[in-house]
Design a protein around this ligand. Structure first.
Ligand SMILES: [Zn+2]
Ligand SMILES: [Zn+2]
Length: 161
């Protein structure tokens, strides 16, 4: 049994729609606007393998860190605020710098421990818990541009330079 979790983007309202692969699913329904999104799972998906996109049918994917930007921004704001507070109550150096250093270290630590997420170049569908993550390459700018702007289909062939 796979742990594959898929997040589609609703074509009507842009909300994230979470689905688990099931053998006979034909649609995923958006919780927000009730729009039905056609979806097609195969045997690979049932095993957590991502080779075909269940949403657009393409075979081109990339992996990236599943880093929550909101956490990064929240940490930064918290750091900046605490420095202001330290300045205000007159503690200042070295407390203000220690807070910044601690937060920067936490940021780096978070970055190393966040899991990888796989994304479809064409339709931005996200896949978590992918079992063939080793086969999937990092983000390639040229592939992205050719797929998104000129509708090129690499059919799962990685572009290498
Ligand atoms: Zn929707
Ligand atoms: Zn897709």
């Amino acid at each position: 049994m796979s742990n594959l979790e898929i997040t589609l983007t609703c074509s009507e309202c842009g909300s994230g729609v979470h689905v688990k692969p099931t053998r006979d699913a034909e649609n995923a329904q958006c919780d927000v606007c009730q729009n039905l999104i056609p979806i097609k799972f195969n045997e690979d998906h049932m095993n957590g393998v991502v080779k075909d996109c269940p949403c657009c049918g393409r075979k081109d994917f990339y992996k990236q860190k599943d880093f929550n930007r909101k956490i990064g921004v929240a940490l930064f704001v918290f750091g900046a605020l605490s420095v202001l507070v330290f300045e205000f109550i007159g503690v200042g150096f070295p407390w203000n710098y220690s807070v910044f250093l601690a937060l920067a270290a936490l940021d780096i630590l978070l970055y190393f421990f966040v899991p990888l997420v796989v994304a479809c170049y064409k339709c931005d569908t996200l896949f978590r818990g992918v079992s063939n993550i080793e086969d999937i390459h990092g983000f390639n700018h040229e592939m992205h541009d050719r797929i998104v702007y000129s509708d090129h289909d690499f059919k799962g062939e990685q572009l290498d330079h």
